[in-house]
Design a protein around this ligand. Structure first.
Ligand code: AMP
Length: 283
């Protein structure tokens, strides 16, 4: 495994791979890696000749600057985990390398960005599109891997790829959870022991809601989760939405779609956590 700091060095190495007709997979991350990230890397390694993992805390996607400052950074540990997972190249650029000048591009995602994370994190998806498009231009991967934990992000990336007509495949990978059910996240490190104990309730209530959903309406199921989360003093709910898995638009009835997903964002103490549950899958 090699650690690469610049786009030009990366391009040089990858053109040599391409000349050898090797397929290239990319896993974009912000580091502070855990088993969730590694599941994407393992799949990328299995499905491509070359696996590139980017580790870059992207400033333009942080609408909350204190979140950017507090974001965990563990580059040495990340490199060791990636080497073990079979990664070929780690791309760890400095901010100036990715933003030699301010990125003034404005992406538009229509209804996809007007729901859920959109109103709570203004500018977030534009920043995600800026960095992911730059990574796609730098790596020119055949496939790129993203986690369903960030459910809305995958829809946004698919839309960006379609808008820019980029020739690559987006692969969505399932959520990896801690033994007790909490969705793995780099932000979990910031939970106090008391908050960490409570945080498990997010996945537990989502899972209970699937049983509840079998005999209740969509509106009642939404209210079930809102009420459970609302009754915990350590939690502050941003939203719980039950949406169509493709359009991300809120649904009124279980029969309105063959792909139904419940997405939640909730503060546990000072840490904002997201999770989701698939009620109905077309797959
Ligand atoms: P991040 O470093 O948080 O930007 O995440 C990098 C990639 O890893 C994104 O595609 C995430 O959706 C994915 N990811 C993060 N946590 C998990 C998880 N618990 N399970 C599966 N994928 C994840």
């Amino acid at each position: 495994m090699e650690i690469v700091k610049t786009k030009s060095e990366l391009k040089e190495k990858l053109s040599a791979c391409r000349r050898r007709h090797q397929s290239i997979g990319l896993v974009p991350t912000m580091g502070a890696l855990h088993a969730g990230h590694i599941s994407l890397v393992s799949r990328c390694v299995a499905e491509n000749d070359i696996c590139v993992v980017s580790v870059f805390v992207n400033p333009t996607q942080f609408n909350d600057k204190s979140d950017l400052v507090a974001y965990p950074r563990t580059p040495e540990k990340d490199a060791a985990m990636l080497e073990k997972a079979g990664c070929s190249y780690v791309f760890m650029p400095e901010v100036e390398e990715m933003y030699p000048q301010p990125d003034t591009r404005q992406f538009h995602f229509g209804a996809l960005e007007q729901v859920m994370e959109g109103p709570y994190r203004p500018g977030h998806f534009n920043g995600v599109a800026q960095i992911v498009s730059k990574l796609f231009y730098a790596v020119e991967p055949d496939r790129a891997y993203f986690g369903e934990k960030d459910f809305q992000q995958i829809a946004i990336i698919r839309s960006m790829v379609a808008q820019l007509q980029l020739p690559l495949e987006i692969i969505a990978c399932p959520i990896v959870r801690e033994a007790d059910g909490l969705a793995m996240s780099s932000r979990n490190q910031r939970l106090s022991p008391e908050e960490r104990k409570k945080a498990v309730l997010i996945s537990r209530y989502l899972s209970e809601s699937r049983t509840f959903a079998a005999e209740n309406s969509l509106a009642a199921t939404k209210a079930f989760v809102e009420q459970k989360i609302g009754s915990e003093p350590l939690f502050r709910l941003d939203y719980y939405e039950i949406v169509d898995g493709r359009t991300l638009q809120p649904l009124k009835s279980w029969d309105d779609s063959d792909y139904v997903v419940g997405c939640i964002a909730v503060y546990c103490g000072p840490v904002r956590l997201i999770d989701n549950i698939i009620y109905k899958s077309c797959k």
